[in-house]
Design a binder for this molecule. Structure first.
Ligand code: GCW
Length: 676
């Protein structure tokens, strides 16, 4: 339950005694709810870490040993100009280190705003917990992305779309009267990794959330989250003017519709003065939107943006749009709809783009909208919940995958551009930057169903803060905070994490295969799924036949490749040059096509599936070698789940290989375990 905030006793004597000394004279230079949150956290952490309660200093010189405050507050003792470096860290950054003053050393944490101090304190506690702090060193950091947001796909009846960890933690029935302590722990966890925004409700939205009685409930959550620097957003159902307002239309250009939204927004800001804004899914998968009225996404988004602008609220409009009525490769639809609107969105609109063009597949090449537009705010949407990645029974650490996406070279707007440099504004100049992650949180005691699901929540927060961090480093941080830095064999846990995503891709969708999972629940294999709308069938995506397998997205096929920069289109359109992990995403190739290894495509597919199973078995073996060092509860939990994971890997391998063999009409190579 305590996540990575599961504080434990510090073993290194030097760190322990220094911490003890500094924590015996904590002085806050001001008073505000965020400092209260800091105090609350210290009171939780410090007694466990050093066996003594924190002591607060009554004066800033004599009894103080640790100074906490903003740059301006600290100007009472040290000049503002001595702290110029801190100024450049922005509203949320922090600096920490020793300050010498009148012959005495004060370990200090300074931000430009109280929230920076809170982030600094969390960092300090983590460094101590990992037993690697050097109190003599200076340390500073600030976030590279402005809005670091969780998207909950939580329904008002507490079911969670694509949620695998129980029910929604938002207990609408008992709110506003009953405040579950979990809300505070949720805020602590998020603040400890820098998440500063949360959209509470499903993007397949229910208009009721915008009713005054629900806003009263939302207000309670917003009030709890505020000291932790977290802003609340809600999903807006585009047809709410009809459903709630009694209007006959939701046409964004209709004045009554605009008035409806203005009134709603006004009502919300009266209750929640720092409300973040709306997240909107429109004209996708049957959701209402401006297209019903012959209007485009910009006209829809801008109408809401106008209502929110007086309060500095934002519209986060999703680019995940596709419709089977459009006879185009689904891969292409977002670019087809959004590229022509480049420059037409108001400045308080951000277009939130999934990492890939299809839908959170186990592996996807980056979305071609990144780099394709010049004057549109773009934000990233990752999926933390493992909809297509084994849900809550499989250990799949997503840090490595997200790092791969963020590091992808887009070649636009600059030849050196990467996805990270686009979404943090480095290469685009974009100020309003966003990274959103679809939450994997629910009422399960451990929050995420699978213990290692916690690592994905953690990794998301860290990458949103700094999209250039290495996933290995993040795995190190999380595992040390979760299991203790001194756990012998901790590097084995990190090894499992780092290899887990590639393993899942191998036994699910190797070599660029995609969307071949069970229909609609997306759990387990279903390459045979057919019937109904074409783009919800597996056949549409893998296109296996006696002539070969894969989706031709080159100029002889859908030409989706053309939506990427010419440098990419050129290389990837050659099946001999494209990174093989994307091969069948873009090419339809004969079973005998020769790969870099010298193997035929058929053989290579079988080897990947087989390798996936082998890797998952090796994870269990490694885990079991840690039986004596990990507590029984967590050992058993993961042990049982890894056994399920092996079964599921075998299920994937057997189902996919036996199915594809009916087209390939070739034997399985003798070196693999024969599927049955
Ligand atoms: O991944 C798909 C999911 C839908 C989801 C949709 C979306 C919220 O299968 O459940 O709906 O994406 O992102 O809008």
């Amino acid at each position: 339950y305590d996540l990575w905030l599961d504080y434990s006793s510090i073993k290194t004597p030097a760190i322990r005694s220094e911490a003890e000394s500094f924590f015996s004279g904590i002085y806050f230079f001001g008073k505000n709810p965020t400092y209260n949150a800091i105090q609350f956290e210290m009171e939780k952490a410090i007694p466990i870490m050093i066996g003594k309660s924190p002591i607060y200093a009554t004066d800033r010189i004599n009894s103080a040993k640790m100074w906490l405050g903003t740059r301006e507050e600290l100007a009472q003792v040290i000049g503002l100009d001595q702290q110029m470096e801190i100024k450049n860290l922005g509203d949320e950054g922090y600096w920490m280190g020793p300050i010498e003053f009148q012959g005495k050393t004060y370990f200090s944490i300074i931000g430009n705003k109280p929230i920076g101090v809170l982030y600094g304190v969390f960092r300090l506690l983590q460094e101590i917990q990992r037993e690697q702090i050097d109190f003599k060193e200076e340390l500073s950091d600030s976030p590279k992305v402005k809005i670091r947001m969780l998207n909950h796909w939580d329904n008002l009846d507490r079911t969670v779309e694509r949620g695998y960890a129980g029910f929604s933690i938002w207990d609408w029935h008992k709110l506003p009267g009953y405040v579950d302590p979990r809300y505070i722990d949720y805020a602590r966890a998020n603040a400890s990794i820098g998440i500063n925004a949360v959209s509470l409700t499903n993007v397949n939205a229910n208009a009721w959330i915008l009713r005054p009685d629900f806003i009263e409930k939302v207000k309670v959550l917003a009030d709890i989250f505020r000291p932790y620097g977290i802003k609340v957003y809600l999903t807006a159902r585009f047809s709410a003017p009809i459903e709630l307002g009694g209007l006959e239309t939701a046409d964004p250009l209709n004045s009554e519709v605009a008035a409806f939204w203005k009134e709603k927004v006004g009502m919300i800001y009266k209750a929640i003065p720092d409300f973040g804004g709306f997240v909107v899914k429109a004209n996708s998968e049957g959701q209402p939107g401006p297209h019903e009225y012959g209007r485009n996404h910009a006209e829809g988004a801008n109408m809401l943006a106008d209502a929110l602008a007086p309060y500095k609220g934002l519209v986060i409009w999703r680019a995940f749009v596709y419709s089977h009525e459009i006879d185009e490769d689904r891969h292409k639809q977002a670019n087809l709809e959004f590229e022509p609107l480049d420059g037409k969105f108001k400045e308080n609109v951000i277009i939130q783009v999934k990492n890939g063009a299809i839908d959170f597949q186990p592996r996807e090449p980056f979305h071609p909208l990144f780099g394709a537009v010049k004057s549109t705010n773009l934000g990233m949407e990752f999926q933390i919940t493992q909809e297509y990645l084994g849900q809550a029974t499989q250990l799949v650490y997503l840090g490595t995958f997200w790092e791969e996406v963020l590091k992808s070279n887009t070649y636009r707007p600059k030849s050196s551009s990467t996805v990270a440099k686009i979404i943090d504004g480095t290469d685009t100049g974009q100020k309003l930057t966003l990274m959103a992650g679809v939450s994997n949180i629910g009422t399960d005691r451990n929050w995420t169903g699978h213990l290692f699901g916690q690592s994905n929540w953690y990794a998301f927060g860290r990458l949103a803060w700094d999209p250039y961090l290495s996933s290995e480093k993040i795995a190190e941080e999380w595992s040390e905070l979760t299991f203790g830095p001194k756990l012998s064999g901790i590097e084995k846990i990190q090894g499992i994490m780092i290899n887990s995503h590639e393993a899942a891709v191998n036994y699910m969708t190797p070599l660029g295969l995609h969307h071949i999972m069970g229909r609609s629940h997306h759990y387990g294999p279903g390459p045979w799924v057919e019937g109904g709308r074409a783009d919800w069938t597996s056949l549409y995506y893998h296109r296996a036949g006696s002539d070969g397998i894969g989706f031709d997205r080159t100029s002889s096929g859908s030409n989706a490749l053309n939506q990427y920069a010419p440098e990419i289109a050129e290389v990837w359109s050659d099946p001999k040059k494209i990174p093989e992990k994307y091969l069948l995403w873009f090419h339809h190739l004969p079973w005998d096509f020769e790969l870099k290894s010298g193997n035929s495509l058929w053989k290579e597919i079988t080897l990947h599936y087989d390798q996936g199973v082998k890797s998952s078995r090796s994870f269990l073996q490694t885990w079991q070698s840690l039986e004596n060092v990990i507590d029984e509860e967590r050992f058993d939990h993961v042990n049982q789940l890894l056994k399920i994971q092996i079964k599921e890997a075998e299920w994937w391998r057997n189902a996919c290989l036996l199915y594809f063999q009916t087209f390939a009409d070739r034997p399985f190579p003798s070196e693999i375990e024969q599927p049955e």
